[in-house]
Each structure stands twice: as C-alpha cells, then as structure tokens.
Design a protein around this ligand. Structure first.
Ligand code: PFF
Length: 448
C-alpha cells in the first residue's frame, strides 16, 4: 500500500506541533507548576525539555522517517526478530489509556463552551467560578455526553486521513491560538498585583522542589512533546527525505515552550490578582480564565474564541493518539482506516467512562490513594511515557548505525557535524541516565 504523505514541509511542523500543544501546555502545565514549585518547576521543566526532550524528539523523527512505517513495524525494520517492537506496542497501549482520560478534559472544554455561549458564566464572583467548575464536572450525563462528542470529533478527522484532516486543521489552529494567547497575556499582566504572579512563574525558589515535583517536570516535558509513545515516529513516517529534521524538531520545541510560557503568564497573574491559590489543581484554568476574561471588554466573545481554540488544540493532540493505532492496525490499507478509527475511538470512550465519573459519582473510589482519573494520568505521564522515552533513547543509538543516523539528520555542513555529535551523545548517555536517576530518586534509592 502506498504511504500517505504530508502535503508541505510546514504542514508537518504544524501537525507535530499540534500533537504537542494541547491540554499539556494549556491546562496541565499551569496547575502542576502551581503545585510543584512555580518558577523552580518551570526551570526544571525547561531543562528537561531542552536536554532530554529535544534529542528524543529528533530521535523519534529519525526512526519514523527512515522506516517510513507505523510505530510497531518501524522498530521491527531496524531490529527484525527481536522484542524491540514492544516499544511501539507500549506506545499504543499508553495512548489508549491516555486518550481515555484526555477526552474527559476535552469534554470539559465543550461544557464550558456551551456554558459561555448560553451566558452561564457571566457576572460571577471569583469563588463562584471555582464552585461552578466543581458542579459542572460532577454531573454524570452531561460530562459523558461531552466526552463522547469530543471523541466523535477526533474519530471523524482521523477517519479522513492525515493530510486532509490533521494537517489542515493544525495550520489554522496554531497561529490563531498564539494570537489569542497574546491578547490574554496582555490583559492578565496588566491586572492589579499581576507582578506577584509573574514572579511566581519566573523567579525560581529551589527550596520548593521535591523528588516528586522533579518527576512531574520530567513527565510533563515528555507529555507536552508527545514523546515516548512513538506518536512522533508515526507522524515522521509520512515525511519525504527532503524535510530538515533538526529544524522541524527545534521549531516544535520553541513553539511548545512559548505556549507553556504564555499559558503561565495568562494564568498566574490572574491567580494572584484575584486572591486565589496557585495550587488549586485541575480547576485552575477553568476558574481563573473566565475571571480574567470577565475583566475585558467583549470578554465573553474572547472567551468563546479562546475555548474554541483550546478545544482545537486538544483535538489535534487527540488526533495523533488515535492516528498511532489506526496507522499500526491498518498498515496503510486506506480502506480499513475509517472502520478502525471508529472502532478504536469508541472503545477508548468506553475505557474513559470511569475517569469521567471519578469527578462525580465515583469520586470515592480510590486506588493507591488516587481517583481513577488521577491514577491513569499518573501512570501514563510519570511511568509509561518516561519508560517509553528511556527505551527509545536506548534503541536509537544501539540499533541504528551511526552513519544512517548521520544521513538522516546531517545538514551537510561543519556545524551540522557538531550538531549531530551533540545530539547523538545527549541521546545516548544523558537522556537514559537522567531518566533513571529521576526514577531512582522518586523510589527513594537516592535518599541519604
Ligand atoms: N502533547 C499533548 C499535550 O500536551 O496535550 C499530549 C499528548 C499527545 C501526549 C499525544 C502523547 C501523545 F502521544
């Protein structure tokens, strides 16, 4: 079967950035930075993104583009008759669990959109915004319906195929999201006492860091870049040889850091200005942003637009999670794509039902002291994704020859050679060692 391809070079960058930018940078980053140490957390997150995330992203691109095949077959091509293709299978299982709870939050955005349009968010006090969020996400039927709607949107686009659906949507969404975020940040940093919020995000206080928050920062760096699950392998498999991989990877890293920074700058000034707590948890952006928007002229209209873009951002990430299954199970047989997207998408919805209800009727069901939603999130973000990342960082230098790697990423110049060497050694040594150290630290092996 012929392999599908992205239509343009920039189209790939937008699609991969679309996978990266989503709930991770906009919803999760501010709230875990809020609980995990503010500026110090942000700095550690940046450090992991640049030193571990960037080499790994390029590593996944190389695997995908060179193999020109889905996440499972790709590893088989380099290491036939071995167990390395388990990396691809692990990625698929991880995305399956991930999308099941990701779609729950996607549903919350739809609920907020609905509320904003029908005027339910107008004229509330700060406390009321927080309370409203709690009430809305506890309702079983509406949250399940919203989650289903979110999944249906993802299914319809993925069923259409990568370049028709995913590429087009991402190309519009990302620039629009940037513009709206800029407007939001301008409003947020000009609120009273906004300086406290800016300091909270940008001035590090390392005494606030714990082993757990370092693991969270590591998980977050991989989560926001969609790493360790071979999604980026799958996306890069639709690339022609002419694409400059380092440029693509660096662009995505920069865009991703900028979005996290913009999200932080949009939210923390508001948090401090309205006298809220930065460690409020998942409610954070849903309680703070309506309040910031309510301080603007035409705030409701801006807020509706923001929610639409936020929904798009979450959807473009969801597409990539669903795409990895569809690619791996159809093996590019286009006739099967539609059926697979629907079956898998609906199965994921069913798996997500307990996570959805864990904010309402199942809130008392705790496993290892966590709700089902939190357990899924923790397992995916802080165990499975770093584990996948560790395996990929071992696989690439071990199973792909140095000359083949060089061919894939060389830029044909002297600085290209230096770039290659920095990348190669970061991936071969720094990435795996750093991941293992963070794990050992959390498990208590490094305690004095
Ligand atoms: N990068 C996405 C986000 O930050 O919201 C989440 C994600 C998408 C993770 C796709 C993994 C993945 F395969």
């Amino acid at each position: 079967m012929s392999q599908e391809q992205w239509k343009s070079k920039i189209g790939f960058i937008f699609a991969a950035a679309g996978s990266a930018i989503g709930l991770g940078a906009i919803w999760k980053f501010p709230y875990i930075a809020g609980t995990g140490g503010g500026g110090a957390f942000f700095l550690i997150f940046l450090f992991f993104t640049v030193l571990l995330g960037a080499p790994l992203l390029l590593g996944e691109f190389v695997v995908g583009r060179r193999a020109q095949s889905d996440a499972v077959t790709a590893y088989k091509k380099f290491a036939p008759n071995s167990s390395w293709s388990l990396i691809g299978k692990l990625g698929i299982v991880t995305c399956f669990i991930l999308l099941s709870f990701y779609s729950v939050v996607g549903g919350w955005i739809i609920i907020y959109l609905f509320e904003a349009i029908r005027g339910g968010l107008n004229g509330l006090s700060q406390d009321q915004y927080g309370a409203l969020f709690g009430e809305l996400i506890a309702k079983p039927w509406s949250t399940l319906l919203a989650q289903l709607v979110f999944m249906l949107m993802a299914i319809v686009v993925v069923a259409k195929g990568v370049q028709k659906g995913i590429e087009k949507a991402s190309k519009i969404m990302i620039p629009a999201l940037f513009i709206l975020f800029l407007i939001l940040v301008i409003r947020s940093v000009t609120l009273d006492q906004s300086i406290e919020g800016i300091e909270f995000l940008l001035v590090p206080d390392f005494t606030k860091l714990t082993s757990e928050s370092i693991l969270l920062a590591l998980g977050q760096a991989f989560f926001t870049l969609s790493l360790g699950v071979s999604v980026m392998v799958t996306y890069a498999s639709y690339l022609p040889k002419t694409q400059n991989l380092p440029f693509s990877a660096i662009s995505i890293i920069v865009i991703n850091i900028l979005v996290a920074l913009l999200a932080g700058l949009a939210i923390f000034p508001g948090v401090f200005s309205f006298g809220m707590e930065p460690d409020a948890g998942p409610v954070l952006i849903f309680a703070v942003l309506p309040a910031v928007f309510s301080q603007m002229q035409f705030g409701v209209i801006f807020f509706i637009n923001f929610l639409l873009l936020f929904l798009f951002a979450a959807l473009t990430s969801a597409f990539s999670m669903l795409e990895i299954f569809v690619a791996a199970t159809t093996k590019h047989d286009k006739t099967k794509r539609k059926k697979r997207a629907w079956t898998l998408g609906l199965l994921i919805f069913v798996l997500g039902i307990p996570s959805c209800l864990s904010y309402g009727v199942l809130s008392d069901v705790l496993v290892f002291d966590k709700t089902i939603f939190d357990l899924f999130d923790f397992t995916v973000s802080n165990v499975l994704m770093p584990l996948g990342a560790l395996l990929i960082s071992i696989f690439v230098p071990l199973k792909i020859s140095k000359s083949a790697l060089y061919e894939e990423i060389s830029l044909g110049s002297k600085s290209g050679k230096m770039f290659f060497n920095v990348w190669y050694y970061l991936l071969k040594y720094v990435t795996p060692i750093a991941i293992v150290i963070v794990f050992l630290d959390v498990l208590g092996f490094l305690d004095k």
